[in-house]
Design a protein around this ligand. Structure first.
Ligand SMILES: *Cc1c(COP(=O)(O)O)cnc(C)c1O
Length: 382
């Protein structure tokens, strides 16, 4: 099917921050003016206001604004006292920060291969990776779809392990549990870690992140460790870091958070359009939504035959696209001391060779999506 209006489109970006900010620019500038006039640039009142709103949104007791999604992960690990000699189980098919944070606190990332369709950690393989040194499981809710949390929580409980949800791509994703309740990302594990990097579903104007938890002790610890472990000021019982979110970023996020639900709905609608328009192409596999609940499509990721050639064809047609991720983490040079080799996690290795993400952002027009679809159809002669 060819969209009639598609001919007027000549390019589609992977993400269009211009389109996202245009309707809210006046509100953003007003928020900026407020911060500028109050001059509480560090831990100003907007931080607490955001943390309250974010806790309601995440359906957790507490949240804390932090300096990035990466630092959210580091802070969670530090608050759990995870370090040298400890192991944390995670996915090799994710953004580097997931395993990088484990390594940075001195612990060892232990990889478990992924489900071939959801790209999330295969919970049925976790138990075999547990050793006496295992302290935590760090599932990643990749591309906006939550991992198999019922299974992961059951394993964690049986082995007395922490669960840190890398929810950097999944603020607002939902999981319908076997217990009949629906949980938001970051509310099932001990700590949820979020990113406000501009390409995430809720982006700020630079780096920013958030941790969520229902555990008052972990909350206290993260709260103190966020400011160098200082409590009261200049007295340090533990070593923390500077993991603060800027007041300015919190002020912007307070403007943007109320818009997030509509943006999720738009992304889900866009995904439905692609699902319909691309369904008959035998050479691609559409994103599989297998987790009961709500997938929020931080990315719309295809499994594509001749992926590299499709990548090139999309580039030539000026259709924004990206390969998330081109190298599985167990084969990254910096982790060579873990001793992994090609073949250790075959499903992740297959996926790095055949995945490709196409534009899914909420402001996409029908015509733009038509152009993306036409370009893909042309490539496959479909
Ligand atoms: C973006 C991302 C992070 C890191 O977030 P930053 O804010 O960029 O530090 C961690 N994990 C995953 C899965 C991510 O996508």
């Amino acid at each position: 099917m060819t969209s009639q209006a598609a001919s007027t489109i000549t390019h589609v970006p992977l993400l269009d921050l211009q389109a996202q900010y245009a309707p809210i620019e006046a509100d953003i500038r007003a928020a900026f003016e407020t911060v500028l006039s109050e001059k509480q640039f560090i831990m100003g009142p907007q931080i607490e206001a955001l943390e309250k709103e974010a806790a309601i949104y995440c359906q957790t007791k507490y949240t804390l604004g932090v300096s990035s999604g990466t630092d959210a992960l580091v802070l969670a690990l530090m608050a759990m006292n995870i370090g040298a000699g400890d192991e944390v189980i995670t996915s090799p098919f994710t953004f580097f920060a997931t395993a990088g944070s484990i390594s940075r606190v001195g612990a060892k990332p232990v990889f478990v291969d992924i489900d071939p369709e959801t790209f999330n950690i295969d919970a049925s393989k976790i138990e075999a990776a547990i050793t006496p040194n295992t302290k935590a499981i760090m599932p990643v809710h990749l591309f906006g779809q939550m991992a198999d949390m019922d299974s992961i929580m059951a394993i964690a409980k049986a082995h007395n392990l922490y669960v840190i949800e890398d929810s950097a791509q999944s603020l607002g994703s939902e999981y319908k549990s076997k217990d009949g309740k629906t949980y938001r990302a970051g509310s099932m594990g001990d700590v949820g870690c979020f990113s406000f990097f501009p390409s995430k579903n809720l982006g700020c104007l630079g780096d920013g992140g958030l941790v969520s938890t229902n555990d008052p002790e972990l909350y206290d610890k993260m709260n103190i460790m966020r400011v160098h472990g200082s409590k009261p000021k200049y007295y340090h019982h533990v070593v923390g870091g500077n993991f603060r979110l800027d007041t300015l970023q919190a002020a912007f996020l307070l403007v943007k958070l109320p818009l997030l639900e509509q943006q999720h709905r738009d992304r889900i609608e866009n995904a439905a359009f692609y699902n319909q328009e691309l369904a008959d192409i035998a050479d691609i596999t559409l994103p599989a939504v297998k987790t009961p609940g709500r997938m929020i499509y931080n990315q719309y990721t295809l499994i594509a035959k001749d992926r590299d050639a499709l990548h090139q064809a999309l580039n030539e047609a000026k259709v924004g696209n990206a390969i998330y991720y081109p190298v599985p983490l167990h084969l990254q040079e910096c982790f060579s001391d873990l001793g992994h080799k090609v073949g250790d996690f075959p499903i992740s290795e297959q996926r790095v060779a055949d995945v490709l993400s196409i534009p899914i952002y909420s402001e996409l027009s029908q015509e733009q999506m038509g152009y993306v679809v036409d370009t893909i159809r042309k490539f496959y002669n479909a």
